[in-house]
Ligand binder design. Structure first.
Ligand code: F6R
Length: 609
């Protein structure tokens, strides 16, 4: 996830671009850059690190001009560096591009462009766009961008400027956000509305496969066939602070709602609906390595540890390799049995958690190969692992992890599928079932998030309860633990997650009218068992909130409140079950009047042991 901005009008452009980037910095801060059309040249200025680094470079060296584009980067292809920072130029410096997204076919395009004589200076996927536009340009930038976009696969919101057309920004979008701000004799493009809110509240929300031809005097929208598109102007009513959160009251809520997109992005290019291929670029394991594996040791903390619990269930079920699971802070103190045929699977959103890093180094020291699942390119975990699979969730700002968790589950599903194919432990039929189910997960998440009024009612009813018990079985034991963690960390209510079968071995003694039980009871192998466990709670007059599959009516007789989620394969159900648990915690915390995005005593990245 990155942020892009652009401006054309009568004012000095550099401060407008920097101001816009400041408002988009939440989208990534690995590097930043601007390109400004100045005296018939395009001046590019960029710097690694936060926007403040670029600002200090610009203090003595700010190019003058009235048209320009800018970018704040969250690295995906290529480490954070000056060369990889945007904007990127063609061979002559006449065509300059900023881009947010991932160009999946950039490698074949790059090979072709190099064969045609183009010179590349970065490791990014974006740079191919500048060279493709250069090849296509014959005096009409809009046409050159249009024909370039037709060759791109993947996701993009991009903006292109050209030295020969000094009053023009051409922008395009597919699957990455792009908005156009409409001013008086000035116009803007950006990834998100806050970038230009101080100047205009009139907005076009650009649809996929649309081209925006932006001039000082006006904006024209075209389809990729070149046909004109008319669109209503939307007048935003948010203030700048709200808008940074996309109109949501908190980043946590925004991030909960970003999950369908984050899941799609994480699946994109890895699971093909047409060819049935599973492609895990960056895995760092040959088929031979995979066939030799005798054990997988999973290392993670907190929410990432809960993802690992689901991962164990998936891998053992599909790949039939024994999986050991360790909270990272415990691994190094228990003398684990690890050898050259062990795979250490390390999960960390930030890639900087000290305990996880220490556990990973210990596993490596003992001979394990390390595969990391992380959200942050260039993080320590990513740099030190033998292979890395990224969760393309975009920056997670709220301390309570949401979209990182569900995208970690998505990657784990893909890894399980891939390993089981290589080891021949999955039937063709099961493989097809799982692929189909995975493919629908983002859509099902979208469907669930479109309507959840019942959760708000539930949070209202239970927010003053003294405690919550969460119970689940199989892969949803992890859901129970994750649900309890969420409510503890933001609502500050004592909560415990339990294997539902364990309730009668102790925790059921705590059931009283001030204790709510959340039963994760979606359809699966142990559904009937969970119903029995709910009976046991009900018999002691406990209040029950059930998370149940969409068409389950039977459960209403056992639960005081039922939250329905779309049905999927049991193994994948923790992905969808996470959504109501996150929302329940969010609204309970909200009813209790807590600070949600930065809960007390916690930090986003825990870099101390
Ligand atoms: C809970 C939460 C934490 C993190 C944990 C590990 O909502 O965010 O429990 O999951 O601190 O962090 P990462 O994944 O960055 O290693």
């Amino acid at each position: 996830m990155c942020g892009i901005v652009g401006y054309t009008g009568g004012r000095e452009v550099c401060p407008i671009l920097v101001d816009g980037l400041r408002r988009l910095e939440y989208r990534g801060y690995d590097s930043a850059g601007v390109a400004i059309l100045s005296d018939e040249r395009i001046e590019v200025c960029k710097a690694t690190g936060k926007l403040s680094v670029l600002e200090s470079v610009l203090i003595d060296n700010s190019p003058n001009g009235v048209l320009g584009i800018g970018h704040t980067r969250w690295a995906t292809h290529g480490r954070p560096s000056d060369e990889n920072a945007h904007p990127h130029s063609d061979c002559t410096g006449s065509i300059v591009v900023v881009h947010n997204g991932i160009i999946e076919n950039y490698l074949p395009l790059k090979t072709q462009l190099i064969a045609n004589g183009h010179k590349f200076v970065s490791e990014t996927d974006t740079e191919v766009i500048a060279h493709l536009v250069e090849e296509a340009y014959q005096g009409d930038l809009a046409e050159a961008v249009r024909s370039t976009v037709l060759r791109l696969e993947g996701s993009f919101a991009l903006a292109v400027i050209c030295r020969e057309q000094p009053d023009l920004i051409v922008a395009a979008r597919r699957h990455s956000p792009l908005v156009v701000g409409l001013g008086e004799n000035e116009n803007f493009i950006a990834s998100d509305v806050p970038a230009f809110l101080p100047y205009t509240k009139k907005v076009y929300f650009i649809d996929d496969d649309t081209l925006a031809i932006v001039k000082k005097s006006g904006v024209e929208l075209r389809s990729l066939d070149g046909d004109p598109i008319s669109k209503d102007v939307f007048e935003v009513t948010w203030n700048a602070d709200m808008a940074e959160r996309g109109g949501y009251e908190h980043f946590m809520l925004k991030e909960i709602h970003e999950q369908p997109t984050a899941l799609r992005e994480t699946m994109r290019g890895r699971l093909s609906s047409e060819t049935a291929d599973v492609t895990l670029e960056g895995l760092g394991l040959s088929h031979e390595d995979i066939l030799k594996l005798n054990k997988i040791v999973m290392i993670a903390c907190g929410t990432a540890y809960h993802a690992a619990m689901v991962g164990k269930y998936m891998i053992e079920g599909l790949v039939r390799i024994p999986v050991e699971l360790d909270v990272a802070s415990e691994l190094r103190y228990r003398d684990p049995i690890i050898d050259n045929n062990t795979l250490a699977l390390v999960i960390s959103q930030s890639g900087e958690t000290a305990d996880t890093l220490a556990g990973m180094r210990e596993a490596k020291r003992r001979g394990a190969k390390v595969l990391a699942i992380t959200n942050v390119v260039g993080s320590s975990v990513a740099r030190e692992a033998d292979g890395v699979l990224y969760t393309y969730a975009g920056p997670e700002i709220a301390v309570a992890s949401t979209k990182a968790y569900t995208t970690q589950l998505m990657v784990l599903s893909l890894v399980s599928l891939y390993l089981s194919r290589v080891r021949g432990t999955i039937s063709t039929e099961r493989d097809a079932q799982l692929r189909r189910a995975l493919w629908y997960i983002p859509e099902q998440a979208d469907l669930f998030l479109s309507e959840y009024q019942d959760i708000i009612g539930c949070a209202d009813r239970y927010h003053n309860f003294a405690g919550f018990l969460y119970m689940g079985r199989g892969p949803n034991l992890a859901s129970a633990l994750e649900g309890a963690l969420k409510i503890k960390e933001i609502a500050y209510i004592h909560a415990e997650g339990y294997a539902a079968g364990e309730m009668k071995h102790g925790p059921i003694a705590m059931i009283d009218p001030s204790m709510a039980t959340v039963a994760i009871a979606t359809k699966g192998r142990t559904y009937e068992k969970v119903l029995s466990n709910m009976q046991e709670v009900k018999a002691r007059l406990g209040e029950i909130i059930a998370i149940a599959s969409t068409h389950d009516t039977e459960i209403h007789s056992l639960a005081d409140k039922v939250i329905h989620v779309p049905e999927t394969e049991e193994m994948l159900s923790p992905i969808l079950n996470a959504l109501p648990l996150q929302l329940l915690a969010y609204y309970v915390a909200k009813f209790r009047g807590h600070e949600i995005d930065q809960p007390r005593n916690l930090a986003k990245s825990v870099t101390v042991e």
